[in-house]
Design a protein around this ligand. Structure first.
Ligand code: ATP
Length: 447
């Protein structure tokens, strides 16, 4: 049976991955909080991304720019003028839709009324705020919560390049919150008004941009596969001409390709990441609006150029949701006995190893278990749990995707100085000497 979104939402709440925000006040529309396991999972997703696009490459550096920035940035980027969605209201039930998401000539999907939609109006998606204690009537203290992290990178292009002395082609990566006043948020954490992006701006010569665009599409696609995402659920989709963002519409751009994931609860594959060729649009715009010269000096050719940019732009929340859904399995262990198991790649698993005492009222067993846990915790994410019987503890760890469980039992302390290591996926158990168990588990995790 196809996995329903309710199953995921309920598992996330039950096990502490994701909670509804402001729950004790009745919730706050489309806002979600990451719980004790969710924060680990999402951090692992972000760390895996950072590792692959910054630390393992010589041509990339990182950045962490502020959320509030000079408002002119959003004029230069085109967001003030064009970052809007067409909005229609149903005159009968007041439900609100994106005009490009409904058939405006058909009945309202909410109340069934016919010919009930207003004319589409453009609705800017940026959240406004005011800076300083007094709202100024002329609007001169208006600022925006950034709707993407990308512009923080463009405006730091010279700073980052000068200080890191990188030569073209090179890129800047950033992870951070972005805010969009979405008209129709939904599908759990897939579309929210506050979310985290993982963005790269990769600067290059114009003539290299088409090739590098293709290389980044491939590299980013393979990143998802390398973390265990199933190939049959992933696809690449080049944008049609009429859906390209303003910066990708010029002749100079080679367009945008999305990496999409087929969520079981959506009718079509949906975007996890877009990889765009933005040409020299952003740097040129910021040069124009700031009055500064923004160019790269090529000492070999003795010329100044405005680089082109390839932008792989991913969502940390969407990727996390996709990894979670992809890892979800319900299995019949033996006739009539089902288990839910999250088969996370070890790099993503929130808890890598759980240490379980077979009897919590036997001090020698507890003592060994706590020692093993403390030793492992220095190297990896380990958890000690003695709150239920062993069978139940295994199921709980399966359900949160812990790759290995170590059980300390009577034999450990009375006979063999060894423990049982259980593999999440095969459920096979092996006896491993106590002084070998750390190495054994860390080697198998390989993270
Ligand atoms: P969509 O078409 O789904 O609205 P987009 O094309 O506007 O997305 P981009 O501007 O390309 O999205 O943003 C880059 C990435 O940021 C997206 O691929 C997605 O992973 C993430 N993202 C964008 N909007 C949201 C949102 N409202 N909630 C969660 N993640 C988002």
């Amino acid at each position: 049976m196809a996995l329903k979104m309710e199953d995921i939402v309920s598992l996330c709440k039950r096990r502490g991955f994701v909670f509804q925000s402001s729950e004790i006040y009745g919730g706050f529309a489309s806002c979600w909080d990451y719980g004790p396991l969710g924060v680990e999972l999402k951090r692992n997703v972000k760390d895996a991304w950072w590792q692959s696009v910054v630390r393992e490459r010589d041509d990339m550096v990182g950045l962490d720019s502020s959320i509030l920035m000079h408002p002119k940035i959003w004029e230069a980027s085109g967001h003030v003028a064009t970052f809007s969605d067409p909005l229609v209201d149903c005159k009968k039930c007041n439900a609100r839709f994106r005009a490009d998401h409904v058939d405006v000539s058909a009945p309202c999907p909410n109340c069934g009324a016919k010919d009930s939609f207003t004319e589409p109006r453009n609705f800017n998606l940026m959240f406004k705020t005011s800076v300083g204690p007094v709202d100024k009537e002329d609007g001169s203290n208006i600022a925006y919560l950034r709707p993407e992290t990308a512009q923080g990178i463009f405006v730091n292009f010279l700073n980052a390049q000068n200080t890191s002395r990188k030569k073209l082609p090179f890129g800047i990566a950033q992870i951070g919150k972005a805010f969009r006043n979405e008209i129709t948020p939904g599908n759990f954490t897939f579309r929210t008004r506050e979310f985290e992006q993982m963005e790269i701006e990769y600067f290059c010569r114009a003539e290299d941009a088409p090739r590098l665009h293709q290389e980044w599409i491939q590299a980013r696609y393979e990143w998802y596969l390398s973390l265990g995402m199933k190939k049959e659920n992933l696809s690449l989709r080049p944008h049609e001409k009429d859906e390209l963002a303003h910066y990708a519409q010029s002749e100079a751009s080679t367009g945008t390709t999305d990496i999409e994931y087929q969520f079981p609860f959506m009718s079509e594959p949906a975007e996890l990441e877009g990889i765009a060729n933005r040409a020299d649009f952003d740097l040129s715009q910021h040069a124009k609006f700031s009055g500064q010269k923004i160019a790269y000096f090529d000492p070999e050719r003795n010329e100044h150029i405005v680089p082109y940019v390839i932008e792989p732009s991913a969502g940390a929340d969407r990727a996390t949701l996709a990894f979670l859904v992809d890892a979800y399995h319900e299995e019949e262990v033996k006739p009539g006995d089902m288990r839910t198991v999250l088969k996370f790649h070890p790099k993503l698993a929130p808890i890598k190893v759980a240490v379980l005492p077979l009897a919590k009222n036997k001090p020698p067993i507890v003592e060994v278990a706590k020692r093993v846990k403390a030793q492992l915790a220095k190297k990896t994410m380990a958890q000690y749990d003695d709150t239920a019987a062993i069978g139940k503890l295994y199921r709980r760890q399966d359900e949160i995707g812990t790759p290995f469980c170590i059980t300390v039992d009577f034999d450990t302390v009375e006979k063999d100085n060894a423990v049982t290591v259980r593999d999440r996926d095969t459920m096979l158990q092996e006896r491993v000497a106590l002084d070998q168990v750390e190495k054994y588990v860390l080697d198998k995790l390989d993270v």
